[in-house]
Ligand binder design. Structure first.
Ligand code: SF4
Length: 486
């Protein structure tokens, strides 16, 4: 009996399609504006979009120009208990609204200001709700922190896999060893050092990783984008994501005319770095005015797309992927379970392996058989550009949307279309609503951070630190440390 029950459970867990996931995608597709229901649209066909946390650790210990956080963010104390409680509530709402599986960003100020245990607890509550978390950092932390996060106090591995997005660009000030970078190239040793920590963690403790490289782009570093890609693509990052700067967040840190770094200009730089044109219509995530994405891989120093948008056979392969594999959830599925699910799809649809084999042959031909054999190593790397919108546009657009009204102003109407197709949601358990991240940062962050500042004032910590200092002095030591003095 027990064996029969185990077999039934195994059969269920390896079914290609989880009905709850499929239903969540159907809802997502039904809610998308017509303008983004394109042949390449991924939302509603192979995912429900991306999610992020807010108001859970707003403080950061570097200074970026621009900074998307409101001016109160750095006056909020980092408090692990608050972080975990809030994340749990936000993730439960996302689970209810967006279904059982999604990628979610553990994002706020600087994630490593949380203790390793609090950081680990935050990742755990995200996973409990079916979220595949990615921690957002400036990358300026020590290897000891990473090990204590990954291994736990008993020295045992507590995660099989970690995902981090690391923000590196010369518009950030205060990084240890390079307080004011003179160029993007000057940051390369720091990018490499960051990635190397994860390589060692995998080698020594078997913790797999996915690393994304994030970079804000303004006119000041636009011409250096291509160089960042050519010099860093082999460091271990699986994604290079670029954010053309927008007028959002702390206006004391708006120093340039960001509109000069247009999306087309930034994308042209990314293409220069990749060494080839990048078709961002093969797969689309929400509105292409918000997101451009190109999936592919490096063989040696050359990048190739997984699917060539100019080849109708590749586009048919994409359509077949959506038809047969779109509703199979890949996110967070253990590799062996995923492999069994895929085998079951192929058993039911024998044409799928044929389509796959033909695509593989075309791709090897594209790379060149000799080159494929010579290099032997394929490194998947995705290029992304995410263009946040200016607060001055989001504010009126969102206000009208709350009244169910469409703007007569074409520019605000475009903003409304983009918000309606938003790929990046944040949850508000107190209202039961999800909002686009643009709305969070442009409209809601200032009041939210002012309230958090009241709830979690740093001044209390300083008082405690002062008290601790008196005690330490009495012991002949120092109370400086733990970021309190920073
Ligand atoms: S609406 Fe804003 S947060 Fe949402 S995808 Fe577009 S730019 Fe990103």
């Amino acid at each position: 009996m027990r064996l029969a029950a185990a077999l039934r459970a195994w059969e269920r867990s390896t079914r290609p399609v989880d009905p709850e996931f499929a239903e969540a995608m159907e809802r997502r597709w039904a809610g998308l504006p017509e303008v983004v229901r394109t042949p390449g649209q991924v939302m509603g066909r192979h995912g429900v979009g991306c999610e992020g946390t807010h108001g859970v650790f707003p403080k950061c210990n570097l200074a970026c120009t621009p900074c998307y956080h409101s001016r109160d963010a750095n006056r909020v104390r980092v408090d692990g208990g608050h972080t975990v409680t809030q994340i749990s509530a936000q993730m439960q709402l996302l689970r209810r609204e967006r279904g059982p599986r999604a990628h979610a960003q553990l994002i706020g100020g600087e994630v490593t200001l949380l203790s390793p245990d609090d950081h680990a607890a935050a990742l755990a509550v995200m996973r409990e709700q079916g979220r595949e978390p990615m921690s957002f950092t400036h990358g300026d932390f020590d290897e000891d922190y990473l090990r204590r996060l990954a291994l736990g106090p008993d020295g045992h591995r507590r995660f099989d896999r970690l995902s981090f997005a690391a923000h590196f660009d010369k518009l950030m000030f205060g990084r240890r060893g390079i307080e004011r970078p003179g160029s993007e190239a000057a940051l390369n040793p720091y990018r490499q050092r960051f990635a190397d920590m994860f390589v060692r963690l995998r080698r020594e403790h078997g913790v797999r990783f996915f690393l994304a490289h994030n970079m804000t782009v303004t006119p000041a570093n636009l011409s250096e984008v291509a160089g960042v890609i050519t010099s860093s693509h082999g460091m271990g990052f699986g994604m290079f994501s670029f954010q053309p700067a927008a007028f959002v967040g702390d206006d004391r840190r708006w120093h340039e005319d960001y509109r000069d770094a247009t999306p087309d200009a930034v994308w042209a730089q990314i293409e220069r770095g990749a060494g080839t044109a990048l078709d961002y219509h093969v797969f689309e995530h929400g509105d292409v005015r918000c997101n451009r994405t190109a999936y592919g891989f490096y063989v040696g120093d050359r990048w190739y797309p997984f699917l060539d948008g100019a080849d109708p056979r590749d586009l048919r392969t994409r359509d077949a992927f959506f038809t047969y594999l779109g509703r199979v959830n890949f996110t967070g599925t253990p590799p062996v379970t995923l492999a069994i699910k895929l085998v079951r799809v192929m058993a039911r649809h024998p044409g799928v392996p044929v389509i796959g084999a033909r695509w593989l042959l075309r791709t090897v031909r594209r790379v060149g058989l000799r080159e494929s054999l010579r290099q032997r190593r394929v490194r998947p790397v995705t290029f992304v550009m995410h263009q946040f919108m200016d607060a001055a546009d989001v504010d009126p657009a969102w206000a009208l949307m709350q009244q169910g009204r469409t703007s007569n102003d074409p520019h605000i109407r475009e903003t409304q279309e983009r918000l309606a197709a938003c790929h990046y949601a944040m949850a508000h358990p107190e209202t039961g609503k999800l909002v686009p991240a643009c709305v969070q940062h442009s409209v809601l962050d200032p009041a939210e951070n002012a309230e958090l500042r009241r709830q979690l004032p740093i001044v209390q910590v300083r008082r405690r630190a002062a008290a601790a200092g008196v005690a330490a002095e009495a012991r002949g030591g120092s109370a400086c440390g733990g970021g309190v003095c920073g």
